[in-house]
Design a protein around this ligand. Structure first.
Ligand code: SF4
Length: 218
């Protein structure tokens, strides 16, 4: 695994380095939005005596049908095994997370929320309310188009190796883009056998299965 914060060397953007002025302003806007989101999450974390990664871990473990191992979580959060092990150890000391034997491999362990961890995660889930409150006033069509654009960007960054894990529809082997003539529901999920539109694209799907070496389609 690459070191934290270090991009892999095989990243090859389709357009010359630097991009257009619009591209650069889009990146700046994403950075500003990311800063707001991070700040809200950090505030919530520190108010509860947690680090940001501990907070994200608690939120991530909510309702997981298949509790993850430390290696799954390190890949998910793009951090080293040592960093993830430290964060999990801190949560175990606070009795918010429990370590169990992996029923599928007795040599490994899985991590699940304790009852108090689940209660705290419920409270933490409101960290994004200031942002979702503003988004709620926006036009649905704009939000759906923005979601698709961002997921396509994430899909390309994933294909390029910048992002290790992306359980989104656009990186899923069951996703068929523009399979139907219905403009409201043009896409199809072959697993759920259902048509759906941009607004229903999933960002973190439990049923996701990665595609094999097939780049995201525009
Ligand atoms: S399985 Fe999930 S991620 Fe894959 S296409 Fe269906 S809804 Fe999307």
């Amino acid at each position: 695994m690459q070191a934290e914060g270090e991009l892999p060397i095989d990243v090859a953007p389709p357009v010359a380095q630097g991009g257009t002025d619009l591209d650069r302003r889009l990146v700046a806007a994403l950075e500003r939005a990311g800063h707001v989101v991070r700040t809200l999450l950090w505030r919530q974390a520190y108010a509860n005596g947690l680090s940001p990664i501990q907070t994200q871990l608690l939120l991530h473990l909510v309702g997981k049908a298949q509790p993850p191992r430390v290696s799954d979580l390190a890949a998910e959060f793009d951090v080293s095994l040592a960093t993830m092990s430290d964060a999990l150890a801190a949560l175990r000391r606070k009795e918010l997370v429990r370590r169990d034997r992996d029923p599928g491999d007795r040599r490994s362990h899985i991590f699940v929320l304790t009852d108090s961890g689940a209660r705290l995660a419920d409270e933490l889930a409101h960290w994004s309310d200031p942002v979702t409150g503003w988004l709620g006033a926006g036009p649905e069509a704009d939000k759906a188009a923005t979601l698709r654009f961002l997921l396509d960007l994430i899909g390309r960054l994933h294909d390029a190796g910048v992002l290790a894990v992306a359980r989104t529809c656009v990186t899923c082997q069951f996703f068929v883009r523009n399979a139907h003539d219905d403009p409201a529901r043009p896409h199809h999920c072959r697993l759920l056998d259902t048509p759906f539109g941009d607004a229903a694209l999933r960002v973190d799907c439990a049923e996701h299965q990665p595609r094999e070496h097939e780049p995201s389609q525009p």
